[in-house]
Design a binder for this molecule. Structure first.
Ligand code: UGA
Length: 433
């Protein structure tokens, strides 16, 4: 098949490379010349394990093509995927400007014959019907177009694996032609198939991300009770999770969820609720606990640091990505700067993006050891594997005071006590030296 992706972010580029790798001819359309030139040279722009190799392999095989133009790609495509961003507007609503803008361009370039336009961008219920109307309005008369919603469930940091092995492939459409074409395209991909209507497909995506956010906020909510009563959150959640109806997965307490998806999609679902006249207190609570989780760590730092020179390990919203969108680190750093802290930071992939926000307000380091030199406290905000068995003796020697705030519970309190640190984590008794 010949397929086109509009957008080359985590979803667009990863999925495009995976389908190219199966032997399809794939076009990727972007709108920034400099980025398209980098992609053509095999630079994926984003950091995602394995993506550079996959991109370069398929460029070499001449199966993936990058362009700014719709002219060549759209007329020869069997399926066109919309995979552009739907960031939050100020009021929380998902911005659909890019989705409609690219849909109009797609429509105008459709050819005689049949094309399936499939929306991978996360969009509110009803959007695909609006896209359908738009495409019908702008397409040439002899072009036949069918619309489908094919939401994506890949996680940053695991994106290639998740694209090949999703738990489910959702195809929402009222057209058999679209469903058949997408079913055929997804044939080499694992996972259960769910064939459904457009609105259900749209809501499946929001429900998944809202449920994941709920699990995390629930774990964090329980951690507040632990901190007030001396109970241990890990013990509590491990025991509760043994109940197969509940499970333990995706309930790790910490500084809250971040990234470009969970926070944005919870906000958008709340906003949709308001429009639909639904009481959104439940989701308001999920969002509020997430905000409290960040503040909770911040308050511990403000209360227990002995002076205002501190260091941070981990800036990205999760490990194995360079993405800092809605990352807890951004909030914590902004607040600490307001309180007059001098901050040194270290991360394995997020430094370049962090510089764009904080410029010379922070000191950036390339070593997890150098960053802690002379600091009066270390704050851990991302659970990169590299921190888990680091030489803590060396860390302690370099620091002015042996004090750690761990927003991801990566160490055992007992071990930190033996190592001679004061140690504050989430939902567990602090170790005070
Ligand atoms: C999320 C979903 O997991 C994907 O299924 C979905 O496709 C994607 O959004 C999307 O909509 O595009 P992602 O944002 O990459 O994926 O990251 P997650 O792995 O979901 O983590 C989100 C945040 O939750 C991170 O900040 C992470 O640290 C936090 N988290 C996760 C916890 O605090 N506790 C946990 O137990 C799990």
């Amino acid at each position: 098949m010949t397929i086109t992706f509009i957008g080359h972010g985590y979803v667009g580029l990863v999925t495009a490379c995976v389908f190219a790798d199966f032997g399809n001819k794939v076009w990727v359309i972007g709108h920034t010349k400099e980025k398209i030139e980098r992609l053509k040279k095999g630079d994926p722009i984003i950091y995602e394990p394995g993506l550079k190799e996959l991109l370069q392999k398929n460029l070499k095989e001449n199966r993936i093509h990058f362009t700014l133009d719709y002219e060549n790609a759209i007329p020869e495509s069997d399926i066109v995927f919309i995979a552009v961003g739907t960031p939050s507007k100020k009021n929380g609503e998902a911005s659909l400007d890019s989705v409609f803008e690219v849909a109009e361009k797609i429509g105008k370039h459709l050819k005689k014959g049949t094309t399936v336009v499939s929306c991978k961008s996360t969009v509110p219920m009803g959007t695909n019907n609006k896209l359908k109307a738009l495409l019908f309005r702008v397409k040439p008369k002899n072009a036949e177009v069918f619309i489908a919603s094919c939401p994506e469930f890949l996680r940053e940091g695991n994106a290639i694996y998740d694209t090949l092995n999703p738990d489910r492939v959702i195809i929402g459409s009222d057209s058999k032609k679209a469903t058949d074409a997408l079913t055929e395209l997804h044939r080499p991909i694992n996972g259960k198939r769910v064939i459904t209507d457009l609105a259900s497909a749209e809501l499946i995506k929001y429900t998944s991300n809202a449920m994941l956010a709920t699990k995390i906020s629930f774990a964090n909510f329980i951690s507040f009770y632990c901190e007030k009563t001396g109970a241990d959150v890990e013990t509590v959640l491990n025991a509760v999770g043994l109940d197969k109806r509940i499970g333990r997965i995706f309930m790790d307490p910490g500084v809250g969820y971040g990234g470009s998806c969970l926070p944005k999609d919870v906000r958008a679902l709340i906003k949709m609720g308001h429009t639909l006249g639904i009481d959104t207190q439940f989701l308001d609570g999920v969002k509020s606990v997430n905000e409290q989780s960040r503040k909770n760590l911040l308050n511990k730092i403000l209360k227990h640091t002995r002076d205002k020179t501190i260091s941070i390990w981990g800036l990205t919203f999760k490990p194995n990505t360079d993405d800092i969108r809605d990352a807890p680190s951004v909030f914590v750093i902004q607040e600490l700067l307001k309180h007059g802290y001098t901050i040194s930071v270290y991360d394995l992939a997020g430094i370049a993006n962090m510089r764009k926000i904080f410029a010379d307000q922070l000191t950036y380091h390339v070593s997890p050891y150098e960053v802690v030199r002379n600091s009066s406290a270390l704050v851990i905000l991302t659970e990169w594997n590299d921190f888990k068995q680091i030489d803590l003796k060396k860390v302690k020697k370099l620091m002015r005071y042996p004090l750690i705030f761990d927003g991801r519970n990566i160490y055992e309190p007992k071990m930190m006590k033996e190592a001679g640190f004061s140690y504050f984590s989430v939902g567990r008794k602090p170790i005070l030296k």
